[in-house]
Design a protein around this ligand. Structure first.
Ligand SMILES: N#Cc1c(-c2ccc3ccn(Cc4ccncc4)c3c2)n[nH]c1N
Length: 240
């Protein structure tokens, strides 16, 4: 998979050089390139924003730099991911879907957002997915891009050392929250590890974990019990 990110804050994406995405890059499982949107400005002030038509607070990102940037960075058929508060909710099923794509291009906006014609123009030759991390407001798309990239990259074959851990995670195929986890020491600040986990009885342990997942989901995310969240697992494409 190839991932390109276009932003006015390239340094915001430095975490992609670390940990999971960093190791995936070293293994050759993904290629990542971050681009400064101002590369595609042509005025002395390298202008990327202007006042909104129709009035209102704040500034809007101009379409011209974005159009030139996407022409240069996104080949026909690539998937353009545009983080926005007005996007479709990002969740594990969408992460699995994006993990099947050969190239993802992230358009990280700032200010009050990107001129809407940019996504409309891009949709003529790209798959465009406008996504939201959740119902709160950030100052730009970079944090969302980092989150989406991490959620997608970890699903690619060969990225996670223990692929089995994917099977039991929260928001997995069964759509329930993950059970609580424990490790040594067996007693810590007068708090003990549940006896069942020390029993060696794998059937009892599996049953306890399933019950804990259900209990947590009922208590914290009852919405997951009715939503259509099952079967998110979409086999990612083989690494490019
Ligand atoms: N994904 C996602 C997001 C964002 C987000 C994403 C991209 C941009 C670009 C610019 N802004 C600032 C802004 C724009 C419009 N209205 C209010 C603030 C962004 C916010 N906020 N909250 C989320 N869950």
């Amino acid at each position: 998979m190839r991932i390109d990110v276009v932003t006015v804050f390239p340094d915001y994406l430095r975490p992609l050089e670390l940990s999971l995405p960093g190791r995936a890059r070293e293994k050759g499982l993904i290629e990542v390139e971050v681009h400064d949107l101002r590369t595609w400005t042509h005025d002395v002030h390298r202008t990327v924003d202007d006042a909104p038509y129709g009035g209102g607070a704040g500034m809007v990102m101009k379409p011209e730099p974005w159009g030139e940037a996407l022409d240069a960075v996104a080949p026909d058929g690539a998937t353009l991911v545009v983080p926005t508060p007005a996007g479709e909710p990002f969740h594990q099923r969408l992460a699995a879907e994006l993990a099947t794509r050969e190239q993802l291009v992230f358009a990280c906006g700032r200010y009050e957002g990107i001129d809407a014609r940019v996504a409309a123009d891009a949709a003529r030759r790209l798959e465009v997915r406008e996504v939201s991390l959740g119902d709160y407001v950030l100052n730009g798309g970079e944090v969302a891009a980092l989150a989406v990239i991490e959620a997608v990259v970890r699903l690619l074959p060969g990225v996670l050392g223990n692929a089995a851990s994917l099977a039991e995670e929260s928001h997995g195929e069964d759509g329930l929250l993950e059970y609580p986890v424990f490790t040594r020491p067996v007693a810590w600040r007068d708090l003990a590890v549940p006896d069942v986990l020390l029993s060696g009885d794998h059937a009892r342990i599996a049953s306890w974990r399933a019950e804990e997942s259900r209990r947590r989901t009922v208590a914290r995310r009852p919405d997951l019990l009715t939503a259509d969240v099952g079967g998110w697992r979409i086999e990612p494409a083989a690494p490019a």
